[in-house]
Design a protein around this ligand. Structure first.
Ligand SMILES: Nc1nc2c(ncn2[C@@H]2O[C@H](COP(=O)(O)OP(=O)(O)O)[C@@H](O)[C@H]2O)c(=O)[nH]1
Ligand SMILES: [Mg+2]
Length: 274
């Protein structure tokens, strides 16, 4: 898989112009703690293997004790959250924040290592706690260094929290914060669907597609400001979820097709609604 300095020449047809990009596609896997980011990284990598698509995996979680895949580039090569605790004499929460900020200082090294691979896709597994990535400046720096136009993210909705309408809308708020912070195209997905009965999965997917049903189901559980809800609807933040399972591999082809559509469908990336 290692190939010295080979870049993929990507051609993007936009409405106005043809853009030649010497960049790979970078897929950031984002979501709340335990939503299944690392297992999705593994499952999507296996899917790309199956399709014989060259790719590399980057682990950006310095606090990971165990990863279900073997990372090609791993931030833990440079430091771990445990190292940071010792070096800066801080507790686990402080160390997580410091290490999240330190990731950006290693982006040059990460890119140098990635340049050794002839990867068409780079799957980027992000830190366990979502806010350590999306809310910190590191994410902006990393995305800019990779090249904003080459980045996309998949946002994984936690299946257990999404089972109730009020939990689902809370997940939409979290997803929205990721949309506002990262400013790159995002694919919203429902994670670990093998864990839920089929009718529950269907209900969650229905909420993501039929906003009126979602609103009436939320109001049955608790009050939510109509203005707030309509603002989210108008902003296009409630979007159809792609159901996925990293255990069965369900939905990996849909995710792949959505990524392809985003970059090659002829949409002007600049005008895309994030
Ligand atoms: N049943 C099921 N469990 C999953 C799936 N994806 C992840 N998990 C489990 O959920 C837990 C957290 O997953 P992980 O990928 O480490 O979450 P992360 O913190 O977002 O990286 C692990 O125990 C996984 O075994 C899935 O698709 N189906
Ligand atoms: Mg993880």
């Amino acid at each position: 898989m290692i190939n010295q300095n080979v870049f993929l020449l990507r051609i993007i047809y936009s409405k106005q112009h043809l853009v030649l990009m010497e960049e790979r596609i970078h897929l950031f896997v984002v979501g709340t703690a335990g939503c299944g980011k690392s297992y999705f990284t593994k499952a999507f990598s296996e899917y790309l293997d199956f399709k014989r698509i060259d790719h590399a995996i980057v682990n950006l979680d310095p606090g990971a004790d165990f990863l279900p895949y073997s990372a090609d580039v791993d931030v833990r090569e440079w430091f771990t959250t445990a190292d940071v605790m010792e070096r800066y004499r801080v507790g686990p929460n402080g160390a997580q924040i410091i290490s999240a900020d330190l990731i950006a200082t290693k982006i040059g090294d990460i890119i140098d290592e990635l340049d050794l691979y002839s990867a068409e896709y780079v799957i980027v597994d992000t830190p366990g706690q979502m806010e350590l990535f999306t809310f910190r400046t590191s994410s902006e720096i990393i995305i800019n260094e990779f090249g904003k136009d080459s980045c996309i993210s998949i946002y994984l909705f936690d299946p257990v929290i999404s089972q109730r309408a009020s939990g689902f809308i809370s997940m939409v708020f979290m997803y929205s914060s990721s949309v506002f912070r990262l400013r790159i195209p995002q694919i919203p997905a429902l994670s670990k669907i093998d864990m839920l009965p089929e009718h529950v999965v269907d209900k969650i997917i229905e909420w993501s597609k039929d906003i009126d049903t979602l609103y009436s189901d939320i109001m049955r559980e608790r009050d939510l400001s109509g203005d707030l809800f309509h603002m989210m609807r108008e902003a296009g933040l409630i979007r159809p979820l792609v159901p996925v399972s990293s255990i069965t591999g369900f939905g990996m082809d849909d995710v792949y097709e959505m990524i392809q559509d985003t970059f090659y469908s002829g949409e002007d990336l600049e005008s895309m609604k994030y």
